[in-house]
Design a protein around this ligand. Structure first.
Ligand code: SF4
Length: 269
């Protein structure tokens, strides 16, 4: 696969995805103040957001000797190494996606102005855009895989279970090596990305389609929410891991979190 860049990607986040990421139960219908805030955040982003996608193929890929070495850099994730070995991957694509810094700057402004509801909905919308972008690029890879007889593994990112977030730095360095990144992105000392509404990821590639079908964790469609995908080979079974999970911000054992008088987030049971 070739290097790929998109500075005008689709940002049509599906309503059900947005609702899920807001923390509402499945099939919940937005109404009243929540609906107003959700629509406002979407409109604000559509007007002001500057999303982008960048993907670059790896040049050298070595998973022999129980080590994961990509373009001469060793990565620490044993879990990713296992996925790549189990699927007999022969290569990988390195990806960076970002919702841009505009939405988090605006969200910060809203917080400073004492508007926590608007802050919250815009923050979540930024996260939803990042999820959408990584799904979109995954679809592009799957489409190429269908045409050329290879399978693409579900993406994996530093900070996911079994991959130390410290590896963000090396991964970003590799992704940036051609100096073609269409937007600004850096890694903070904590390992978090700046802008934070961004994601770095590795997509393994294998010609052994049978291996991907046989290994549950490696079936990408089971964690992919692209409902309209014509290449879908398995139903959606569970959602992908997210570094920024809204439920971690919510208190345990409570059914509702008040944002203000009338915009509540209801925990999924
Ligand atoms: S549904 Fe499956 S084939 Fe389609 S984009 Fe998602 S992972 Fe790829």
């Amino acid at each position: 696969m070739n290097e790929l860049m998109d500075i005008n990607p689709d940002i049509n986040v599906k309503e059900e995805e947005y609702i899920r990421l807001l923390g509402y139960p499945k099939s919940y219908q937005l109404e009243g103040r929540s609906k107003e805030l959700a629509e406002w955040a979407r409109e604000w982003y559509n007007k002001n957001g500057k999303p982008w996608i960048y993907a670059v193929p790896v040049s050298n890929f070595d998973i022999s000797n129980e080590k994961l070495i990509i373009d001469s850099v060793e990565f620490s994730s044993k879990k990713l190494l296992k996925h790549l070995k189990d699927s007999d991957s022969h290569s990988a694509m390195l990806v960076a996606v970002s919702a841009g810094e505009e939405c988090e700057n605006k969200a910060r402004e809203l917080w400073d102005e004492g508007k926590p509801d608007e802050y919250f909905f815009l923050e979540v919308y930024g996260s939803a855009v990042v999820e959408h972008l990584i799904t979109q690029i995954g679809f592009t890879f799957c489409e190429q895989g269908e045409k050329n007889g290879f399978a693409v593994l579900p993406h994996y990112s530093p900070g996911y279970p079994g991959w130390d977030i410290e590896d963000q730095y090396c991964l970003l360095k590799l992704i940036k090596r051609k100096n073609n990144l269409p937007g600004e992105i850096s890694v903070m000392q904590t390992g978090m990305l700046n802008p934070k509404k961004s994601l770095l990821a590795v997509f393994g590639i294998t010609k052994h389609l049978d291996k991907v079908k046989d290994l549950r964790e490696l079936i990408p469609c089971e964690t992919c929410c692209l409902s309209w995908c014509q290449y879908r080979g398995a139903p959606l079974k569970h959602y992908r891991y997210r570094i920024e999970d809204i439920h971690k911000l919510q208190p345990l054992n409570k059914k509702k979190v008040n944002l203000s008088n009338n915009a509540n987030i209801i925990l999924q049971s």
